[in-house]
Design a protein around this ligand. Structure first.
Ligand code: ADP
Ligand code: MG
Length: 407
C-alpha cells in the first residue's frame, strides 16, 4: 500500500547488524535544568531502535548533540545525565564515553560486549560536527561497522554525524523513529487520505511559508489560526488593531489566497477572536467578530468560540489532519481556549492525525490526549522543512532499499 511505496529508504531492519558495532545517530537534545532532564520524550522516542539493535546483539554506540556549545567542551551541556536516564529506561547499564572520538572512546567501545550500549559525549563539543569536517566524520566512523540515522530532528542539517559520516560506511540505514516520521509525513505529501485538512497556527507566516505553499497544493482545506492569521486578515482589509502582522508578507498572503481560489480548495480564517491590550492575560478581554472595528488598538490573542466550532466541525469530517502551531497565546491560560478546542477536535478524528511543532505538541500533552494522535512529529524544524517540500540532507545521504526488498 501507500506505506510500502513511500518508505524507500534502507532501514536498520534491512541491515545485518547481528553482533556488530552499530553507530546510531539519535536526537537526545533534551531540556536539562540544573543537571536534571525536564522532558525525556526524545530519549523515549529512540528506544524502539535501540531495543531492536540490542535484540540483534549489536554493540550500540549512540551519538547526539545537546544545545549549542559551539565547538567547545562545556560542562552544562554534557550528555552524562542522558546516559543515566537512558539506563533507567532501558533497565540496563549505559556506558558513557567522555571523549566523543579518539583513543579513549575506541577503548571503551573495544571493552564493550555485543548487546551493550555506549553513549558518546556531545557531538557539538567538536567544531567539525557543524562544519561537517571530513576528519571529524571519519573519526566518528572509525568507532563502528554500520551507521544508522534515527535523528529526524537533526536531519535537516548537513552535519558530520548526519551527512559526512555516511561516506565512511558501506552499510547505512535509517532507524525506526526516522522511518515512522518519513512514513507519516511522506504519505501526507504523496498520497493522503481525503479529505485532508491542514491546521496551521503559531506566531509567524514567515516561519511556515514553505509549508503553507506546499500544503495549498495538497490539502483539501486549510484552517488558519494564531498570530499568522492577521497577515491574511489585514490583506483582506479587516481591522487588525495591534495584532501581529508581517507587513512584508501581505503580498505573499494575497498570492496564497489567489492560489487557493484557483485550486478551488477551502481556506478558512478566524471569524471571531479574543482581543485585549495585555498579552499576559492581566487585562480585560473581549470576543469580537473579525470584521468588528471595535478592536481599536487592541490585539487578537486567540481564536473565538465560533471559530473553534467552525474548525471543529470541519476537522470532524477529515480523514487526514496535519496540525502545526497553536491558535493563540496558549501559554497564557485565558488565551488557551482556542488551542484546547482544536486540540480536542483533532484528538477526536478517527483518521490519520499528525501533530508537529514544539508548542502544538505541548498543547496536546497538556490536554492529556497524546494517545489519540496517530503521529507526534518530534522533528521541529526538520518536520517543517520536510512538509515544506525540501530534501533533508540527513535523509538524502541514506540510499534507497534494494530493489528486491522495496515492496
Ligand atoms: P510551533 O512551536 O507549534 O511550531 P510556533 O513556534 O510557530 O508554534 O508558534 C507558537 C507561538 O505563537 C506561541 O508562543 C504563541 O504564544 C504564539 N502565538 C499564537 N497566537 C498568537 C497571537 N495571536 N499573538 C501573538 N502570539 C501568538
Ligand atoms: Mg515553537
Amino acid at each position: 500500500m501507500a506505506e510500502a511505496t513511500r518508505l524507500r529508504k534502507r532501514t536498520i531492519e534491512d541491515l545485518d547488524i547481528a553482533s556488530r558495532r552499530v553507530f546510531i545517530r539519535v536526537d537526545f537534545n533534551v531540556p536539562i535544568v540544573d543537571g536534571k532532564i525536564t522532558d525525556d520524550t526524545r530519549i523515549r522516542a529512540s528506544l524502539p531502535t535501540i531495543r531492536y539493535a540490542l535484540t540483534r546483539n549489536a554493540t550500540v554506540i549512540l551519538a547526539s548533540h545537546l544545545g549549542r556549545p559551539r565547538g567547545h567542551r562545556c560542562d552544562a551541556l554534557t550528555l552524562r545525565p542522558v546516559a543515566a536516564r537512558l539506563s533507567e529506561l532501558l533497565k540496563r547499564p549505559v556506558k558513557f564515553a567522555e571523549e566523543t572520538i579518539g583513543a579513549s572512546a575506541q577503548r571503551i567501545i573495544a571493552d564493550t560486549k555485543p548487546g551493550n550500549v555506549v553513549l558518546l559525549e556531545n557531538l557539538r563539543f567538536h567544531k567539525g560536527e557543524e562544519t561537517n569536517a571530513p576528519e571529524f566524520a571519519e573519526a566518528l566512523a572509525d568507532l563502528a561497522d554500520i551507521y544508522v540515522n534515527d535523528a529526524f530532528g537533526a536531519a535537516h542539517r548537513a552535519h558530520a554525524s548526519t551527512e559526512g559520516i555516511t561516506q565512511y560506511f558501506n552499510e547505512v540505514g535509517i532507524g525506526l523513529l526516522m522511518a515512522a516520521e518519513l512514513n507519516y509525513l511522506g504519505r501526507v505529501l504523496d498520497d493522503p487520505e481525503r479529505p485532508f485538512v491542514a491546521l496551521i497556527g503559531g506566531a509567524k507566516v514567515s516561519s511556515k511559508i514553505d509549508v503553507i505553499h506546499n500544503l495549498v497544493e495538497r490539502a483539501d482545506t486549510l484552517l488558519i489560526g494564531g498570530a499568522m492569521a492577521y497577515t491574511f486578515l489585514k490583506e483582506l482589509g479587516l481591522p487588525v488593531g495591534q495584532s501581529l502582522v508581517e507587513n512584508e508578507l501581505l503580498e505573499t498572503a494575497r498570492h496564497i489566497m489567489s492560489r487557493v481560489k484557483t485550486r478551488d480548495i477551502s481556506f478558512e480564517l478566524p471569524v471571531d477572536h479574543v482581543v485585549t491590550f495585555k498579552t499576559d492575560g492581566s487585562g480585560a478581554n473581549e470576543v469580537l467578530e473579525v470584521d468588528n472595528p471595535a478592536i481599536g488598538n487592541r490585539l487578537g490573542v486567540d481564536i473565538g468560540p465560533k471559530t473553534v466550532e467552525h474548525y471543529s466541525s470541519i476537522l470532524a469530517g477529515a480523514s487526514t489532519v496535519v496540525w502545526n502551531g497553536p491558535m493563540g497565546i496558549f501559554e497564557t491560560d485565558v488565551f488557551a481556549n482556542g488551542t484546547k478546542g482544536v486540540a480536542t477536535a483533532v484528538a477526536a478524528v478517527s483518521g490519520t492525525t499528525i501533530v508537529g511543532g514544539g508548542d502544538s505538541i505541548a498543547a496536546i500533552a497538556g490536554l492529556g490526549v497524546k494517545d489519540h494522535i496517530s503521529h507526534i512529529s518530534t522533528g521541529g524544524g526538520a518536520s517543517l522543512e520536510f512538509l515544506g517540500g525540501r530534501t533533508l540532507p540527513g535523509v538524502a545521504a541514506i540510499p534507497d532499499r534494494l530493489a528486491d526488498k522495496s515492496v
